[in-house]
Ligand binder design. Structure first.
Ligand code: F6R
Length: 340
């Protein structure tokens, strides 16, 4: 049941704090699997991170974290696996909420034939993808009924942050704060609603970010396309001046995602967009971007992405509802994509 929420999507966004907590404690309870994964990753030539849709965005974020630590992490969209010659020296990390996505199954089967080891992160115990894997990691977000992934994405990111902390031998105890950070961000539901309702009147939007905020911008754009049917494109903020800015005219909405790490660079991009009379929005943590409209949150610097995730989901949700759509059942989409 929706337990008083208007839609499953909204209910599931509100379940994110618990989903994350259960995911982390579940992973820690199976710490041997984390250690096995770390061993595989540390002895690999490359770490190929493969997934589809929202799960791919979690994988992209993880790949950036690993690349920064000097790892050879290669994110691959599952349906683009063709002709990638992996070997027994490569380890594959497959991420899938359902664990049944055909694109991902096909990719890992091919990589397995090449002799690569497979680590999977799925939300369904003994899913098809888990069964193909050498190490089966799980998010424990519980069932997700809304077609758009919300709490499962947040849980994937949390699980991958935990894995990253083990790989880079960092203390992971601070991850216990994620729950509180999400709860805190959910207090800004009204602000997210206003932004979503404003965007619902537009035909196009850009979501721009840098660093870890780029996969979040991509996820924000996917979500709003998926349920609000609003054409949105995500771009690396710095790259936006190399083409996409040509579309920007008076009133074009540009939403900046700022996890706080690269604020000064983003501020320059904000000025570029303002100079074209774009309407600029900021979803910012700890540091102001000086956009026309800004939602400024304050949290632990290292976990700032978790304050952003519920906000971008809520923006898409309210844009969808304002347009009269059913956010739980977007047209043309299935919860589990078992076709090519
Ligand atoms: C977006 C969404 C889809 C899925 C994609 C992969 O909200 O739900 O993009 O993320 O179909 O699904 P899983 O994670 O089940 O492999």
């Amino acid at each position: 049941s929706k337990e008083g929420f208007e839609h499953y999507m909204l209910k599931e966004i509100h379940e994110s704090p618990i989903a994350v907590e259960d995911t982390i404690s579940g992973m820690i309870a199976e710490i041997d699997k984390i250690k096995e994964s770390v061993k595989l990753i540390n002895s690999a030539r490359r770490i190929i991170v493969t997934a589809a849709g929202t799960s791919y965005h979690a994988g992209l974020l993880f790949s950036i974290l690993l690349q920064r630590e000097g790892y050879n992490a290669l994110p691959i969209i599952a349906s683009e696996y063709y002709n990638l010659k992996t070997t027994e020296e490569d380890v594959i990390l497959a991420i899938s909420q359902s664990g049944e996505t055909l694109d991902v199954i096909q990719a890992i089967k091919k990589f397995k034939q090449n002799g690569s080891s497979i680590i999977s992160l799925t939300n369904i115990i003994e899913s098809a993808i888990a069964r193909e894997s050498d190490v089966k990691l799980y998010t424990r977000a519980g069932p997700e009924i809304g077609v758009a992934a919300t709490k499962t994405f947040t849980s994937q990111v949390a699980a991958l942050m935990l894995l990253y902390n083990f790989i880079s031998q960092k203390d992971y105890s601070y991850l216990s704060k994620i729950k509180e950070i999400i709860r805190y961000a959910l207090n800004y539901q009204g602000e997210a609603r206003l932004i979503g309702e404003e965007l619902s009147t537009k035909n196009n939007a850009y979501y721009l970010g840098r660093g870890l905020s780029l996969p979040l911008a991509m996820e924000a754009a996917l979500k709003i396309k998926e349920i609000a049917y609003l054409h949105a494109e995500a771009y690396p903020a710095g790259e936006s001046k190399h083409g996409p800015i040509a579309l920007v005219e008076k009133g074009f909405p540009v939403i900046f995602i700022n996890d706080g790490e690269l604020t000064e660079d983003l501020q320059n991009n904000v000025q570029e967009m303002k100079a074209r009379k774009a309407i600029t929005y900021g979803i910012s943590v700890n540091k102001k971007l000086n956009t026309d409209k800004e939602l400024l949150l304050t949290t632990d610097e290292k976990l700032s992405i978790f304050a952003i995730i519920p906000i971008i989901q809520l923006i898409a949700y309210y844009a969808s509802v304002k347009r009269g759509n059913d956010p739980d059942k977007p047209r043309n989409l299935a919860k589990t994509v078992t076709v090519e």
